[in-house]
Design a binder for this molecule. Sequence first.
Ligand SMILES: N[C@@H](CCC(=O)N[C@@H](CS)C(=O)NCC(=O)O)C(=O)O
Length: 214
Amino acid sequence: MILYGGKLSPFVMRPLLVSRAKGAEVALAAFEGGIKSEAYLALCPTGKMPLLVDGDLALPESQVIADYLDQVLPGPAMVPADPRTAALVRLLVRLVDVYMVPSLGGLFRGREHPAGVPDALKAMGEALGYIEHYRRADDPFAVGERFGMADAAMIPVFFFLDALDGPMPTRALVAARPGVAGWWERAKASPLGAQAIAEQAEGLKAMMAARAQG
Ligand SMILES: N[C@@H](CCC(=O)N[C@@H](CS)C(=O)NCC(=O)O)C(=O)O
């Protein structure tokens, strides 16, 4: 099984985290020729990372891959059996994808398109508010007592709220939601979270260096 993509991408880090949490880290590789090559597009017409190749299966989309890995790998389930708790996990994942991710794009492009930043900050604040509303404030992890699917979706996206802070007040958006802020501090201090964040930081540094070179 090979997961194609780079560790900076929150969509690549999500299934990678799932595999790590299950104790069976999936092999990660950059696709030879890149994600816009004919060979890649033949497997993954969206031309986006990640792509999981497992034998004759070529599976795109981070959450679909994360769910697949949760089912095929041994180790603890990333979504609990209890239907209500499972629904909460899936809801947080969906809030990340539907509300956080689009505004993250606006923040990430902030340097080139500063006019879009205020709207993106507003939308990100609202998205964090939705998560604050639904999360059970006393849960140490995103949901429940141990690392699960919602942590895998949230951690690599929250990384950017720390990383982009400075020119944009993205940390303050998190700090304004105390339940979410507490979770983020614990997530960063956890072994899986700390490793993911260090790897994303390394990826961001490499991307900035490449951009600076032209
Ligand atoms: N909905 C997709 C989003 C994947 C995505 O946007 N990946 C980015 C990297 S962070 C990408 O490959 N972008 C390249 C492009 O859009 O050309 C998922 O969840 O996997």
